[in-house]
Design a binder for this molecule. Structure first.
Ligand code: ADP
Length: 497
């Protein structure tokens, strides 16, 4: 009897495996952290073999720790840190270089050159992305240009490129399948999101042989079967999606205008824009949310660089709190921030300000200011930044949001969500299971295998979650946002070089 769907959630700092039952409840969960490699300032790498070994060991542990059998598992859904780039030898399966992680800035100068040479519109029009080291294309080029013998091997068809999903699929199938899904492909800066194919002009621009690239399939699709030697069973791999897109799915954002915010280290807002890509000129990305059957669903994405990171700063930098959870307890000791605003522009500001030279500030201090006010103001800054991105999305999509679905580590903070409801003036909905990324991948797999017949069936299974409703009025909101924006103005263009 089959009972479970397995989600493999390969994140930036850890690999996780979760077994869900058919109703989307977590039955077993195991997580292993792995080392971050920082060879130089601004460079970030992972060991691809460690990514694989931690992922496969958590998968096994999740099964064995509850005494389950492999034969009780319907199949596997994979979700992953996006954009991270791995190049391996097609014959041996051994990577020729470490994984270059999405955060790595090593190709910043090259990206700057591309922008100055006028490629922005071409890249945006094809991929929906801004030219940035974040995306995979320039990372692949770097490996081909800098690893001895790599380019010759690539030209002979001896190398494979993959984002982390492809790397896991390759290893789970013992090298039989080299594939990725639309959502991950759309983050490489090589994939044309209108024609749904690898783009020859971009491959030429970045000098990347097409033979390296994986086949691209829908996110809910049977990619292949795990090799018995690897997992002790032949399980179908039925779902694949990048982490933020999987979370959008796991939140049940199936309709146009549905929106979720993930409050992690940074925050990622994604809005479902339906079956047509919606290109904007204001710094929002256009991306593929998922492909199911013959339909591709698109999303707009806005990112906030410092979200939970600001809470980490309270803990590790200022030592005002001992744990992230404490932030709620201390912030509640005061009724408001006492006029204090914290702008956590530690690495500049993203949408809608787009200022890499902005730096953080604390303003509005008086002799009455206590540490509680600063903690509360820092929590409030997450809600203001979210409101800024949402108003941008509303403006470009010409809609008004009805509610906001939330997940991610900081969404466990009730005060934060109460404040978010007040600042936005809409209900904030936190699902009972905040592991929405893994849940999304599991649902995609369940759809491909027919465990669910349609997204409508999935919708019926979804819990209502906890709702946080606004208690303040529009005038209050406008005043708060005006003061926040005044503070942001003062943080802009601060760093001089
Ligand atoms: P990531 O996936 O980016 O590692 P997570 O979704 O695991 O992030 O969330 C971790 C972040 O959430 C950390 O930055 C932490 O400071 C923040 N966080 C966790 N719990 C709370 C809380 N109760 N209140 C505020 N922030 C929190």
């Amino acid at each position: 009897m089959k009972k479970y769907i397995m989600a493999l959630d390969q994140g930036t700092t850890s690999s996780r495996a979760i077994l869900f039952d058919k109703k989307g409840n977590i039955v077993s969960m195991v997580q292993h952290e792995f080392p971050q490699i920082f060879p130089r300032e601004g460079w970030v790498e992972h060991d691809p073999m460690t990514i694989w070994s931690t992922q496969i060991s958590v998968a096994a542990e999740a099964v064995y720790k509850i005494g389950a059998k492999w034969s009780e598992i319907y199949g596997i859904g994979i979700t992953n840190q996006r954009e991270t780039t791995i190049v391996w030898n097609r014959n041996t399966g051994i990577p020729i270089y470490n994984a270059i992680v999405w955060q790595c800035r090593r190709t910043a100068d090259y990206c700057e050159k591309l922008i100055k040479s006028g490629y922005t519109q071409m890249v945006k029009g094809k991929t929906g992305l801004l030219i940035d080291p974040y995306f995979s294309a320039t990372k692949i080029k770097w490996i081909l240009d800098n690893v001895e013998g790599a380019r010759e091997m690539a030209e002979k068809g001896e190398l494979c490129f993959g984002t982390v999903d492809s790397w896991l699929i390759w290893n789970l199938t013992s090298g039989r399948v080299h594939a990725t899904d639309y959502s991950n492909a759309s983050r490489t800066m090589l994939f044309n999101i209108k024609t749904l194919s690898w783009d020859n002009d971009l491959l030429k621009l970045f000098d990347i042989p097409k033979s390296m690239l994986p086949e691209v399939h829908p996110s809910s699709y049977i990619y292949g079967y795990t090799d018995k030697v690897v997992l002790g069973a032949e399980l179908p791999i039925g779902g694949v999606a990048g982490d933020q897109q999987a979370a959008l799915f796991g939140q049940g954002c199936f309709d146009v205008g549905d929106l979720k915010n993930t409050y992690g280290t940074g925050a990622f807002l994604l809005m479902n824009t339906g079956d047509k890509p919606h290109f904007t000129e204001d710094g929002l990305l256009t991306t593929i949310a998922w492909g199911i059957d013959n339909t591709v669903t698109y999303a707009n994405e806005g990112s906030i660089f410092s979200c939970g990171a600001a809470i980490q700063w309270l803990r590790d930098g200022l030592k005002l709190i001992e744990s992230a959870q404490d932030s709620e307890y201390y912030a509640k000791k005061v009724p408001d921030s006492g006029g204090v605003i914290v702008v956590p522009a530690f690495q500049g500001l993203g949408a809608p300000w787009w200022d890499p030279y902005a730096r953080g500030l604390i303003i509005g201090l008086t002799r009455a200011t206590s540490k509680y006010h600063i903690i509360r103001a820092t929590l409030e800054s997450l809600t203001y930044q979210t409101a800024d991105v949402i108003s941008l999305m509303e403006k470009t999509a010409k809609i008004k949001i009805k509610n906001l679905k939330v997940d991610g580590g900081a969404s466990s903070n009730n005060l934060l969500l109460e404040m978010q409801a007040n600042i936005l003036g809409v209900d904030i909905i936190r699902p009972d299971c905040i592991e929405t990324t893994a849940l999304g991948a599991a649902y995609m797999c369940a759809l491909a295998l027919g465990v669910y017949g349609s997204v409508e069936e999935i919708k019926k299974e979804m819990s209502k979650g906890q709702v946080f409703s606004p208690t303040e009025n529009q005038e209050w909101r406008e005043t708060k946002m005006r003061v926040w924006r005044k503070a942001v103005e003062r943080s802009l263009l601060w760093k001089e070089d």
